[in-house]
Design a protein around this ligand. Structure first.
Ligand SMILES: Cc1cc2nc3c(=O)[nH]c(=O)nc-3n(C[C@H](O)[C@H](O)[C@H](O)COP(=O)(O)OP(=O)(O)OC[C@H]3O[C@@H](n4cnc5c(N)ncnc54)[C@H](O)[C@@H]3O)c2cc1C
Length: 324
């Protein structure tokens, strides 16, 4: 399980708040700020301190400051692959809204790590006539979150014969390491796998990334986008009316976590405001007032049932952030 529980912290002291405000700007550090609106699940208690970084420089300086002051901190992208605890986050949450992008004539797309993959980065690449990212249309993600989890989707219809990963087009990324050094690392450094990268345990934060794209037909790219959006709307609950964190459990090669959950008759199961959607057994939706505690209870129920009835052990793929 990817567990991002913060180390024990007393939260922000008044002295921390003064230091943060004077370095990051008056009024820019929000106190006791509810995190639910910043997650696709619409679940999560308050952060002691909340800062929105609007550039890679602001992201780096806020991280350095937290580290210097010894303040626990978490970087949030679109909050599409996390569950934030009901008691919230002690310390600082830095929401990454660093969204600058550039595209060279050679097809090198440079994006700050808070750039939103769909629609912003993909539209930018397609508009410039460069292919490689259009496969990920419809997936909620920042560039940083995409590298953290190695964003993936099926290759184009009709064959859809393999899973494509974003690392296939990654050239390199600028990282800030836990000791404050900033370096540029090529793809090999990241140790990418399915739902995996070194970012899960290294403590590095992505500041920006460069993707090598190839010249492509805009018409062909738009067709892929349309087909992939249609695929999603047929199979996934719509985020605006049925908030979710996408797939909850890791894939089980050749079998599928969703298929096992479905086999156990768990589609439609409900605990409080959390329901396993009828559309896809690996997706839980928040029916309104769902809580993180209810999601955890549903995860336990699914794991126990699937293990008892099929012998397979499911593991959550989402990150758990804060206090539950
Ligand atoms: C409806 C739906 C459908 C989905 N479909 C897919 C799919 O088809 N394929 C797929 O791969 N995923 C899918 N997902 C999962 C999700 O979209 C991806 O995991 C996405 O990459 C998460 O990005 P984020 O910016 O929201 O990251 P967040 O959820 O905000 O963060 C996830 C983790 O990444 C870390 N992180 C964020 N930014 C950085 C950074 N700059 N540097 C280092 N670490 C960072 C965070 O600290 C956290 O631990 C889906 C999710 C939803 C809700």
């Amino acid at each position: 399980m990817s567990n991002h529980d913060l180390p024990p912290s007393t939260g922000l002291t008044p002295a921390h708040r003064v230091a943060l405000e004077s370095a990051l700007g008056t009024g820019r550090v929000l106190r006791n700020h509810r995190l639910a609106p910043y997650t696709t699940f619409k679940i999560g208690g308050p952060a002691d301190g909340f800062f929105e970084a609007r550039s890679a420089d602001e992201l780096a300086s806020s991280l350095l400051l937290c580290r210097e002051l010894g303040i626990a901190h978490v970087v949030l992208g679109l909050g599409a692959n996390i569950l934030v605890g009901d008691k919230g986050v002690r310390g600082m949450v830095i929401r990454n809204a660093a969204r600058g992008m550039q595209l060279s004539e050679e097809g090198i797309l440079t994006a700050e790590s808070g750039a939103v993959v769909w629609p912003d980065v993909i539209d930018f690449a397609v508009h410039g006539g460069f292919s490689g990212l259009e496969h990920y249309a419809g997936i909620p993600s920042t560039v940083g979150g995409a590298l953290w989890q190695n964003l993936h989707f099926l290759s184009p219809a009709p064959a859809r014969e393999r899973t494509m990963f974003i690392d296939e087009v990654l050239l390199d990324a600028r990282l800030i390491h836990p000791d404050g050094r900033i370096t540029t690392q090529e793809r090999a450094y990241f140790d990418f796998g399915y739902d995996q990268s070194i970012l899960h345990h290294s403590g590095d934060i992505v500041l920006s990334a460069r993707f090598q794209l190839q010249k492509g037909s805009k018409e062909a790219m738009r067709r892929i986008i349309t087909e992939n959006l249609a695929w999603r709307s047929e199979r996934h609950p719509p985020l605006d009316t049925e908030p979710s964190a996408g797939s909850i459990f890791k894939k089980i090669e050749g079998i599928g976590a969703g298929r096992l959950i479905d086999q156990c008759g768990l589609k439609g199961a409900r605990i409080g405001g959390i329901e396993i959607t009828h559309r896809h057994a690996n997706i839980m939706i928040n029916r309104g007032e769902g809580t993180a505690a209810e999601v955890r209870a549903m995860i336990d129920r699914v794991v126990e049932t699937v293990e008892r009835e099929t012998g397979y052990t499911l593991e959550p793929e989402i990150a758990f952030v804060g206090e539950f």
